[in-house]
Each structure stands twice: as structure tokens, then as C-alpha cells.
Design a protein around this ligand. Structure first.
Ligand SMILES: *Cc1c(COP(=O)(O)O)cnc(C)c1O
Length: 392
């Protein structure tokens, strides 16, 4: 299989798996137990917490282990909403957030909170002036993602966080697509909360963390014992936490090289693709974007058909968001960028990773253009439509 869906998930690094195994078998103690085996497990959890804190330049007390990106996003939005109910009931997010944020905001709306969904420009970026205008006296939280999982577009987090703070509003960023791929410094970004997930950077599934700046108030959503400083109850998933720690360590040492190698692979691939197939566009190509992601729009063809034909050739890609690939809804990200529905249906996302080689991409460049040609010949989508303008 040629795997080109790293934004959906990544294979767990073998070094991560090896480090995890002893914590299932010999070192299975509960970190809350006072005897030696428990304290050894606690030490392993503490060490992983230190590695995570170091990676994002935070302190250990500011790291809360969760079951992943979705839980971290839920914890911030619901936790701040409940803790700050007296102050206000207004939350601001962008219209291109991952469903973990989008649907949590919608759930809060059903509970009586008010949510503003900031629109984005044709490249998928939030305009800081729009945020400025949207903040009200009763606003309690702004949540804007660091990089979008479908197009890879980067949001101007520093600028947005400053604007929120000028008005005394807390700022969260879903950094699930950037932690492990890019160097992250929470102080430099200026955020109060940051979500991340291990399986997006070669760690195990079902583990992630929330960075919560010292002193910020939010209400725990899972209550029970006093784990994670009383902020998230439940016996720690020790093997997964150890795995996350190792994944973090590997990212810290290998990231710099991968940023250069990955970008070159991706850029060469895009250039070849654009010259091999007429009437295609790469979304957000002209702006700051994740170095591993290519969201490609192909006119007159359905994303799902391209996906299935590529799968038949042993190539795994997605149509954009993994969460929406089982429904046939067009991507909310592309619709938000102003693409008509027919165009939004014709998307295919190639997301590259550290096991991607130029050989893999050459194979795609051989099989993909004929697939498009074939599908276009059978396409009922003959109506000519145009894409909104975009700086390429
Ligand atoms: C994958 C992803 C999530 C969800 O993380 P899980 O650990 O799979 O729950 C949230 N936000 C973004 C941007 C993602 O890409």
C-alpha cells in the first residue's frame, strides 16, 4: 500500500511500540499505588509529561493527558463554558474547525450558549479584523485551529490571540495537525490552551494532551479521582502515555530534517500534478500552509470516485476530512472558502509523512492522471463552473 493519508492518522513508530510493551506486561502498576511498582509507573508518566512540556515550551503542571484531540477540544470548550458561565455565554470559533470543535460548539449552542462562526477568505484564513469585530463583553473563549487538517492552511494564531487577550478573552488553538510537524512554543503563540494528539505524529491512538496555561479556569468534564491534577479523572493510560513521550522525543529530533525533505517532496509532486492534469487547483497554495498537505480540486469528477480508483491501485488517500468521508456531505472547509458545492465534491487530499518516498509519488503521478481522464469521460458533471479567485 502507498499510504498518503497522514493527516488522518500515522503508523505508530516501531520505537514507540517497543517502549510501550513493558508497560502492559511487567511494569503494569497503577501510578496511584504507593508501592514500588505503582511509583515506577508514576515515574514513567512524569517523564513523558516532562518530554511533552519541553516540546511545546510549557511546564509539566500545564499538561493534561487526555484520550486525544477530540477530548482535549471538548474539555476546553465545555470546561471554559461551564467555568465562566457567570461572566458570559459567547464563544467564537472559525467555520473551518475540525468537527471536534465545530460539533462541541454546536452542542453548547443547544445548551443555550451563543456561538459566532468566523468566516474565512478564499484561502481559508481568518481575518483578525473579523475577530476584533466579533468579540462582545460576554465573550469567554476564542478557538481557532493552528493548521487546517484538510487544506493545511495556517491561521494567524499569534495575532488572533493578542486580539482576544486585549479584551480579556481566553484563547484556544487546536494544534493537532502541527504538534510533531512544526516546532511549537506556547508562549510565542500566546495561547491559553492547545490541543494535540499522538496518533497524528507516529504515536499510539487514544492518547493526547491539553496544554492549559497556569492559572486559567475551566471545569473538569470527567470527574472521579484526583488524576491529572484533578482536571481529568481516570487511571492513566500508562503505556500510551509512555508511547506519546517517545513520539514527542522522536519528533523533536527528526522534525527539522522532515520539514525540508517533506516540503520538497510535496512541492515537486504538486508541480508535476498541475502539469499532468488540466483544470485542477491546489487549495491555499499561495499562502502559509503545512508542508505535507496537498488538497487538490479536480473539476467534473467526484472525490469519492477518485478515492476508490486510487484505492484499487493500492493508494490510500482521503477526500478531505476523515470524519466526513463516510457521509457524502461536501467538505465544510471548501464551502467556507467559497467553493460551489460541485467543486467542493471534487476534492482529494494527499497528506505525506516520514515514510513517503519520491517513488510513491511517482507511482501516483503515473496512475492518477488516467483515472481522472477516465472519470471525466463518464462524468455527468459537465456543467462548467469556476473556482473563486485565489492567489496561486
Ligand atoms: C485528528 C484531528 C482531531 C481529532 O483528534 P483525535 O485524537 O483523533 O480525537 C482534532 N483536530 C484536528 C485538527 C485533527 O486533525
Amino acid at each position: 500500500m502507498i499510504y498518503l493519508d497522514y493527516n488522518a492518522t500515522t503508523p505508530t513508530d516501531k520505537r514507540v511500540v517497543e517502549a510501550m510493551i513493558p508497560f502492559y506486561t511487567e511494569q503494569f502498576g497503577n501510578p496511584s499505588s504507593l508501592y514500588t511498582a505503582g511509583q515506577e509507573a508514576k515515574r514513567a508518566v512524569d517523564q513523558a509529561r516532562k518530554k511533552v512540556a519541553d516540546l511545546i515550551h510549557a511546564s509539566e503542571k500545564e499538561i493534561i493527558f487526555t484520550s486525544g484531540g477530540t477530548e482535549s477540544d471538548n474539555l476546553v470548550l465545555r470546561g471554559v463554558a461551564r467555568a465562566q458561565k457567570k461572566k458570559g455565554n459567547h464563544i467564537i470559533i472559525s467555520s473551518i474547525e475540525h468537527h471536534a470543535v465545530l460539533n462541541t460548539a454546536k452542542a453548547l449552542e443547544n445548551e443555550g450558549y451563543s456561538v459566532t462562526y468566523l468566516l474565512v477568505n478564499e484561502n481559508g484564513q481568518v481575518d483578525p479584523q473579523d475577530l476584533k469585530r466579533a468579540i462582545r463583553p460576554e465573550t469567554i473563549l476564542v478557538s481557532i485551529m493552528h493548521a487546517n487538517n484538510e487544506s493545511g492552511v495556517m491561521e494567524p494564531i499569534r495575532e488572533l490571540a493578542v486580539i482576544a487577550h486585549e479584551r480579556g478573552v481566553l484563547f484556544h488553538t487546536d494544534a493537532v495537525q502541527t504538534v510533531g510537524k512544526l516546532p511549537i512554543d506556547v508562549a510565542d503563540l500566546g495561547v491559553d490552551f492547545l490541543s494535540a494528539s499522538a496518533h497524528k505524529f507516529y504515536g499510539p491512538k487514544g492518547i493526547g494532551f491539553l496544554y492549559a496555561k497556569k492559572g486559567v479556569r475551566f471545569t473538569p468534564q470527567v470527574v472521579g479521582g484526583s488524576h491529572e491534577g484533578g482536571k481529568r479523572a481516570g487511571t492513566e493510560n500508562v503505556p500510551a502515555i509512555v508511547g506519546l513521550g517517545v513520539a514527542v522525543e522522536i519528533a523533536a529530533t527528526e522534525q527539522k530534517e522532515e520539514m525540508i525533505r517533506g516540503r520538497k517532496l510535496r512541492d515537486d509532486f504538486e508541480e508535476a500534478l498541475l502539469s499532468a492534469i488540466p483544470e485542477v487547483r491546489i487549495v491555499s497554495r499561495g499562502v502559509e500552509r503545512l508542508y505535507n498537505t496537498s488538497l487538490v480540486l479536480v473539476k467534473y469528477v467526484e472525490g469519492e470516485s477518485m478515492l476508490l480508483y486510487l484505492d484499487f491501485e493500492g493508494i490510500a488517500v482521503s477526500t478531505g476530512s476523515a470524519c466526513s468521508s463516510s457521509s457524502l456531505e461536501p467538505s465544510h472547509v471548501l464551502l467556507s472558502c467559497g467553493y460551489p458545492e460541485e467543486a467542493a465534491h471534487g476534492s482529494i487530499r494527499f497528506s505525506l509523512g516520514k515514510f513517503t518516498t519520491s517513488y510513491h509519488l511517482k507511482k501516483v503521478l503515473i496512475v492518477f492522471p488516467p483515472i481522472v481522464e477516465k472519470l471525466r469521460k463518464m462524468s455527468p458533471l459537465r456543467d462548467v463552473y469556476s473556482y473563486p479567485p485565489q492567489a496561486d
